[in-house]
Write a protein that binds this ligand. Structure first.
Ligand code: 1CP
Length: 333
């Protein structure tokens, strides 16, 4: 059994598998070389030769236990025929939703449109570099995708004042998302993904009272669906205040924690396997600090099933040598 599966399924506490969010990406010069020649990000995700190559780049350099497929959570609205563009220096820009068109969209057309993503997963999972390692498929959680679809840009800049105004639009969109997210997950698994991570990057924007509607309930549906396909599912409800309640209700196979979470407290709060936590900014310091901070997580979770990762994606300005030093620190622990 792969190290990740041993931790998630057998609750093995003797090993610490490691993979890193955004391990395939902008901090690697070999990625930037490809990226410069491919200014259209969506087209790059839809190029199965290049996207599988990018996915494998970090595995060629570092002693990682899993590949995460080079794609994006916004390939889903793209597949739903919403216009999606990644604008340099700005981030994603989405077109206006046409809810009637979206409601009529055929599943075959959706799969056709983003089919290279599945082909890339197949290529990666069959590569010899993945021997005894996992291929991680992923989706954005319904809430986080709803944010991008309705807000039409990152909420980091601002969330529309009238975001919640149109109940009909929101509820219809969530139903459509549930249907196509299941399809997207199923296709990733059928093509070789053997772990699914659900990114709820904007869960922290919601007030406590809105979590049941927008986070717990739609995520629980997806988690149960992934479990029904006999595949482990990891949830990352970034920046929610109460991970304990989230885990009690949604009960994923593992939970990924952000860097605001006190690891000692979560250890007492949560029984399921834990992933991540270390602040990505630590990688911008020095080796001594990296060793100290990474070891702290490993020490705290030494008797708890734990997958090493960061508390959010690796920053673009990270030195690959520091990344390597962190991975080796975990491996030599
Ligand atoms: O080169 C570039 O300019 C593109 C940068 C980039 C990359 C490398 C984007 C744009 N997406 C990705 C790949 C990506 N995105 C992966 C690939 C695999 C890996 O992890 O190595 C994954 C898993 C994602 C997931 C993703 N995309 C999330 C969830 C995780 C998180 O970071 O919170 C989100 C929110 C996105 C949206 C997105 N994609 C890209 C941007 C600039 C954004 C917007 C972020 C924001 O709103 O602030």
């Amino acid at each position: 059994m792969t190290p990740l599966h041993q931790v998630i399924k057998e609750k093995n506490t003797k090993i610490n598998p490691v993979w890193i969010m955004r391990q395939a990406g902008r901090y690697l010069p070999e990625f930037m070389t490809i990226r410069k020649l491919n200014p259209n990000f969506i087209n790059l995700c839809l190029n199965e030769e290049l996207s599988s190559e990018i996915t494998l780049q970090p595995l060629k350099r570092f002693n990682l236990d899993a590949a995460i497929i080079f794609s994006d959570i916004l390939m889903l609205p793209y597949g739903l025929n919403q216009e999606v563009k990644f604008v340099k220096g700005f981030g994603p820009k989405l077109g206006k939703v046409n809810i009637n068109e979206m409601s009529k969209l055929d599943e075959v057309d959706f799969v056709q449109k983003i089919n290279p993503v599945y082909k890339a997963i197949r290529k990666v999972s069959e590569n010899s570099l993945l021997k005894n390692k996992n291929t991680i498929g992923f989706v954005g959680a319904p809430w986080t995708l709803l944010v991008y679809i309705i807000n039409q840009q990152s909420p980091k800049k601002n969330l529309k004042k009238d975001f919640f105004k149109d109940d009909f639009l929101i509820n219809r969109t969530l139903l459509i998302l549930e249907k196509f997210l299941k399809l997207h997950i199923k296709n990733q698994i059928d093509n070789g993904a053997d772990v699914i991570q659900i990114f709820d990057s904007w869960a922290g924007l919601l007030e406590e009272k809105d979590l049941p509607n927008y986070v717990y309930s739609p995520t629980l549906n997806l988690v149960n669906y992934v479990k029904s396909l006999n595949t482990p599912v990891i949830c990352f409800p970034r920046e929610i205040k109460n991970y304990k309640k989230f885990c009690n209700i949604v009960n994923p196979d593992a939970v990924s924690i952000d860097y605001n979470i006190d690891p000692k407290k979560i250890l007492n709060d949560i029984n399921i396997p834990i992933q991540g936590g270390l602040d990505p900014k630590i990688l911008l310091t020095d080796k001594e600090t990296i060793k100290k901070k990474a070891t702290r997580y490993l020490d705290i979770f030494k008797d708890h099933p734990y997958i090493f990762n960061l508390g959010h994606g690796v920053l673009p300005e990270t030195d690959p040598n520091m990344f390597e030093y962190m991975v080796n620190t975990v491996k030599n622990y």
